[in-house]
Design a protein around this ligand. Sequence first.
Ligand code: ADP
Ligand code: MG
Length: 662
Amino acid sequence: MPHAPVHQLVFTIKDRCRVCYTCVRECPVKAIKINNGQAEVINERCIGCGNCIKVCSQGAKVFLNSTGELIELLASHDKVAACIAPSFPAEFSEIEDYHIFIGMLKKLGFNFILETGFGADLVALEYKKILEDESSKPIISSDCPSIVFFIEQYHPELTTSLAKIVSPMVAMSRITKKKYGENCKVVFIGPCIAKKVESNEIDVVLTFKEIRRLFEQYNITPENTEPSDFDPPFAGKGSIFPVNHGLLQTIPLKDEIKENDIIIAEGHINFREAVLEFENGLLNSQHLELLCCDGCILGPGMTDQGKRYLKSKLVGNYVKNKLENLDEKQWEKDIDDFSEIDMTQEFEIKDRRIKLPSKEEIDKVLISIGKFEYADYLNCGACGYNTCEEHAIAIVQGFAENEMCLPYSIEKLHKSVKELNISNDKLASARQALKQSEKLASMGQLSAGIAHELNNPLGIISMYSNILKEESSPESQVYQDLELIAEQAERCKKIVGGLLNFARKNQVSVSNVNIEQFILLSIESIIVPENIRINIKAKLQNPIVQIDPDQMMQVLVNIEKNAIEAMPEGGDLLITLYEEKNDFVINLQDTGTGISEENMDKIFTPFFTTKPIGKGTGLGLPIIYGIIKMHKGRIDVKSNNNPEKGVTGTTFTITIPRTRPD
Ligand code: ADP
Ligand code: MG
């Protein structure tokens, strides 16, 4: 029997999905794909068991709604029969008299209401024939559509073992057509969603949940409804079918057959184990009676899940009552009349197994989720897969994502926090540098103003003291005093010039300079005491850079002099030259006294000096800072003045673009 075109059976309401992977865990065939953290059901892989709907605490999984289709059908001119699954007493327990329930369905517009239990009666007789025939091969029951899909899709070699008997629903459809005419439309109402795609012999399949919705929509209540009754043929023991072990309770089998020859497995874990053992030949000649749910009374189309024993009792009581009033003669006659209907069906192999990825592919993914060796395989199941390896396979197959691995995600989070801390620290030091440069900028403005104002009077002092000097005799005291005035005025002018430099009032005029030779030149222009060794290491591909030679000479000489002054007992100055992308870097490392932590903040401030009066002006580094800035470069300092922390000394690092952009 061909199956109906496959509809998407289960949908995800994305807003509700909270990514807990419970549906992945509970899906017996792993038909759920996680894509960008969202769970979606892959229809081709789904067997319609509805487990994902049952287990989703957020109600994010919903099944195909067929109410619109039913309303259309009822509005047509066709006669429409409703075949009611025998589990209905477990669903509509609030309606005390089932006749009212039948009345409500009639009110909705059905022409006939039939008991699917009668179909089960006939199907059970077909099973009895096989089970009591000692020569028959072991079979797997085929009354549960999810089981049939499971075998066809995931154990296709077992398809030939499926009992070639229709389900009670399809049996009932054939019975209905025989009794009420081929043109009569058939609607099945039950607890199952897989039935919606089981067979194209049924026009519409609705769940109890959907029927409730329609009752509400059309305001059909027990109070406003007249009682009615099922239309014939009436069911016998077949009505007990939906309760667990149903099929066996239906057929009057010999006890030893029940015990020895049939294995009953219900629920999504048990049925898979049974199929595996069956497939591996561990079960001898035993038949399998399989149900995907723990009895149809726990199907996903029931309004409430759980309360299995109450539900069994409700169905049991209903059947007991019915059987007490059953006209057995009529039942036997009906069975006889309809037993000539063909109750066979064929199955189709629909192999949905996916080739396993290679070991290399799996290992690669395992490493990407931090599983380097066997000890890392926690198999915690948080991802929804039983083992890390199963998860990795699903990742290769495109059904799962790395982030689903909880230990991996936690570790990644830790790493991010660490990285965040590092960039936080970087931000803090950048803020510090900004503060420093703001401070220097405002000092620069101030000094520029002062220097400008002082320049002219200093010039006048210098000029007039020189004129006066020339007019007096060189031997006189006045001459010597004037010489001192002129000398000191000259010194003041130098300081003022330095201030102007720091304030960036000067322009840079760059030219191509061989920086290696330039550094040698800077060393030649200072006096290096004997106890100090200077080493130069140059690692430049191309030593030509664009700088302002006069200003850069000032920079190098100032730093070199500072280094020498910091090493009164002698030491080493190592100058390293290297490239970094488009920059060149000069590193000047001395083994001097170092700079204390509290002074580190102050060394670029004008007039800050730790040297005695007359020796230091505190203008060297501020001027250097200004010049480097004008070259669009950077100057960094590292220093250690504590011998307990290792060799003392200071390193200045100057980074400047190799060429000027403008
Ligand atoms: P000055 O040399 O006139 O004191 P600078 O601006 O050149 O002024 O330097 C400011 C201060 O920075 C110095 O007084 C010294 O305390 C400190 N300093 C600079 N370079 C070094 C160095 N290589 N080692 C130790 N301290 C240094
Ligand atoms: Mg100095």
